[in-house]
Design a protein around this ligand. Structure first.
Ligand SMILES: [Zn+2]
Length: 344
């Protein structure tokens, strides 16, 4: 498939009947990145909701399509709304909604703010421009985690508005200092959050995205957002990654594989966290050298978090775990999971 990087499709106020009633058909009707503008009651203001930067994360697409084709649309949003869908080509590649990005392509959500202007970097720039253009009062970027887990938001700066915006979707927000080239890291001069709605295949994640969108559309002002529920702030988790060319397996016991073996049910720790002494997997003779974990200054902190006994990979502290996945490709290329110590 030839990818066109310098174009964005555009719809304005599409009527519910003009769109395919099924979200998969809707997705297949999109040729590339797409902006959908909806006129609000107050057309001097705009809110931006982006999704599908990752082609295998459907909750935002499903929720946006549901709103676009539903009777709820008869209620005009308070402000103008700009929906942006980032990677329909990757999402459309069979099997549908299974590719984070196209084979041989780049992860679009690692291409923002690069200073480069071709290929996927150009697409990221066009999306960032499409956001800045409307001087949004908020930006929400909807994602799913690869593995199953509760929803959480991510931000790069905590303000009252960021907290209340997050409370429309979830009860946890991660304050991140990690710079990866994500949309979230760009400065749109307004509260900007990513919402990880839950797992790609979790029905509750699609529902949560939809409820959150409806809430944003119906909310009078971003200045006096009320907080829907308590939101817990989690400070600066770290990315646990494999070192280069290390083999990854999943299993229920030490099978003597090279490299790292994670427990097959590693995703459960997204819900429960892990206690000091908990076994998360098994390591070969290279022990902790198979893994890398650094803090925001680049200091190696693997020993603060993990230890080895026999070949078992053990938690050296109580910790929260986010985004653990058994999708090997993502675990290898992105990270095994995010961790942060809890208590002392
Ligand atoms: Zn994502």
């Amino acid at each position: 498939m030839a990818i066109v990087f310098n174009e964005i499709g555009y719809f304005k106020d599409p009527s519910p009947g003009s769109l395919p009633p099924d979200y998969q058909e809707f997705l297949l009707s999109l040729a590339g990145p797409t902006v959908i503008d909806i006129s609000g009651q107050d057309t001097s203001r705009c809110r931006v909701i982006t999704s599908l930067l990752h082609g295998n994360e459907p909750s935002g697409l499903i929720a946006i399509h549901r709103w676009l084709t539903s009777a709820d649309k008869l209620v005009k949003p308070i402000t103008n709304i700009r929906f942006i869908l980032g990677s329909p080509e990757a999402a459309s590649l069979a099997p549908l909604l299974s590719h984070r990005y196209l084979p041989g392509g780049k992860d679009l959500n690692r291409c923002f703010g690069s200073g480069k202007n071709s290929g996927y970097y150009l697409r990221a720039n066009l999306i960032a421009d499409a956001i800045s253009q409307v001087s949004p009062e908020i930006v929400v970027d909807l994602h799913n985690t690869s593995g199953s887990g509760p929803a959480f938001a991510v931000c790069h700066g905590i303000t009252a508005n960021v907290l209340s915006l997050s409370s429309f979707f979830c009860e946890t927000i991660i304050l991140s200092a990690i710079r990866l080239g994500a949309l979230l890291e760009q400065d749109f001069s307004c509260p900007t959050i990513t919402v990880e709605c839950g797992g790609c295949n979790d029905e509750f994640a699609h529902e949560l995205a939809y409820e959150g969108i409806c809430h944003i559309l119906a909310c009078e002002t971003t200045r006096y957002f009320h907080q829907e529920r308590e939101v817990e702030v989690v400070y600066q988790p770290h990315r646990l990654r494999l070192r280069e060319d290390i083999n990854l397996s999943y299993g229920g016991q030490n099978s003597g594989f090279h490299g790292v073996t994670l427990k097959a049910d590693i995703e459960q720790y997204n819900f429960t966290g892990a206690r000091k002494g908990e076994v998360l997997g098994w390591l070969d003779h290279n022990r902790l050298n198979n893994l890398q974990l650094t803090d925001e200054h680049g200091t190696d902190i693997i020993g603060e978090y993990f230890c080895v006994s026999g070949h078992r990979l053990l938690c050296a502290a109580d910790m929260r775990i986010f985004m653990a996945t058994t999708i090997k490709d993502i675990a290898i290329n992105d990270c095994l999971f995010y961790v942060i110590k809890t208590g002392h």
